[in-house]
Design a protein around this ligand. Structure first.
Ligand code: NAD
Ligand code: TYD
Length: 353
């Protein structure tokens, strides 16, 4: 069956992997990528698919109702995979209003456009897949059971509060208007094309440049790391086979303390650069803790495994080594995203179209 899918935020880290996955795997689908190209969005993340005949890029804002309505109509959209968001906790602490605008109002705009375009007809297969986060569940203490889909919402940061708000609107549109929705909650992702403000690419960049590694507090906070390609596959499975109105947790059962992840990165980067083992450990710099820093996230992905058969394929240490090698081989990409040269790239590629 030919599908016409609107992917939002497809020029970002996870979105670019989801776009690539769908464009390559489903040649018969039309994939429309709507992305505003904020600091976090970069068309170079998609250089290898942008000429594909089943791919269209539209630069625009998910809060622009007029544009979103037009896209639903012109492309006959029957599926949405919604990833566009402000995604960085530290930025949300500085500017919570931007997070409400993009994450809550943007999601509401898309829901309303889908509702208008799809009406209440259930004859045609349609799906609104909202990509949420495990952070809406709050923080776990050590020894507490991992988050399941029935864990109560308890967001702590402006980022997670805005994602929780969006999730509530998604459920409300399902309950009130019958919109066919699914929600996924994934743990921390790592892999190529992640903007170097997040822990792993930031540390890779700094170790290479012999710059200090800012570790919040003692570095004992725990995250449950998953390779971004495993996340893209899980989204594919849930988008096609998830039960209407349900939510699914996605995670790698791979809990690590931040300090251990950083030490592993030091080991890998030092080895790759031919430095003596551990020679970059002096770069570790414990700084003031993040305000409201969540102690631990851990995901129970049992429902996704038992209902839909998904399991992660990437081993963390191998995935992290490959990720380090990817960053070392893409210094131009790193420089480009940091210096904003994708703006020039965009102008060259798309001006006048
Ligand atoms: P990202 O910050 O790398 O990318 C976000 C993308 O959204 C960018 O391309 C940006 O240009 C675009 N965008 C921002 N505002 C927009 C707007 N108003 N209109 C259109 N596009 C806009 O984010 P990411 O890390 O790839 O995360 C993608 C999604 O996955 C988010 O919804 C995030 O909450 C969720 N998520 C992320 C993680 C993670 O570890 N990164 C884990 C779980 C869930
Ligand atoms: P991050 O990559 O920002 O993801 P999130 O906050 O969504 O989990 O941070 C991952 C962990 O690393 C988190 O516990 C905060 C910590 N961290 C640092 O210690 N130093 C840093 O410079 C950053 C960006 C994060």
């Amino acid at each position: 069956m030919k599908r016409h899918i609107l992917i939002t935020g497809g020029a970002g880290f996870i979105g670019s992997h989801v776009v690539r996955h769908f464009v390559r795997k489903y040649a018969g689908y039309e994939v429309v990528n709507l992305d505003l190209l904020t600091y976090a969005g970069n068309l170079e993340n998609l250089h290898d698919v942008q000429q594909a005949p089943n791919y269209h890029f539209v630069r625009g804002d998910i809060c622009d109702m007029c544009l979103v309505r037009t896209l639903f109509r012109e492309h006959n959209i029957d599926g949405v995979i919604h990833l566009a968001a402000e995604s960085h906790v530290d930025r949300s602490i500085r500017d919570p209003f931007l997070f409400v605008r993009t994450n809550v109002l943007g999601t509401l705009t898309l829901l309303q456009a889908a509702r208008e375009a799809w009406g209440d007809s259930s004859e045609v297969e349609r799906r609104f897949h909202h990509v949420s986060t495990d952070e809406v569940y709050g923080a776990l203490q050590f020894g507490e059971e991992a988050f399941s889909e029935t864990t109560s919402y308890n967001p702590h940061s402006p980022y997670s509060a805005s994602k929780a708000g969006a999730d509530h609107f998604v459920r409300a549109y399902h309950t009130t208007y019958g919109l066919p929705v699914v929600i996924t909650h994934c743990s921390n992702n790592y892999g190529p094309y992640q903007f170097p403000e997040k822990l792993i690419p930031l540390c890779i960049r700094n170790i290479c440049a012999n710059k200090l590694l800012p570790i919040y507090g003692k570095g004992e906070n725990v995250r449950d790391w998953l390779h971004v390609k495993d996340h893209a596959e899980a989204i594919d499975v849930v988008f096609h086979h998830g039960r209407n109105g349900e939510s699914y947790n996605i995670g790698g059962s791979n809990e690590r303390r931040n300090i251990d992840v950083v030490k592993l990165l030091i080991r890998i980067v030092d080895e790759e650069l031919g430095r003596a083992p551990g020679s970059s450990e002096h770069l570790i710099n414990h700084i003031e803790d993040r305000a409201g820093h969540d102690l631990r996230y851990a995901i129970n992905a049992g429902k996704l495994h038992s209902e839909l058969g998904w399991t992660p394929k990437h081993d963390f240490e191998k995935g992290l080594s490959d990720t380090v090698r990817w960053y070392l081989g893409h210094k131009e990409w790193l420089a480009a995203v940091v210096n904003g040269s994708y703006e020039r790239y965009y102008a060259e590629m798309y001006d006048g179209q």
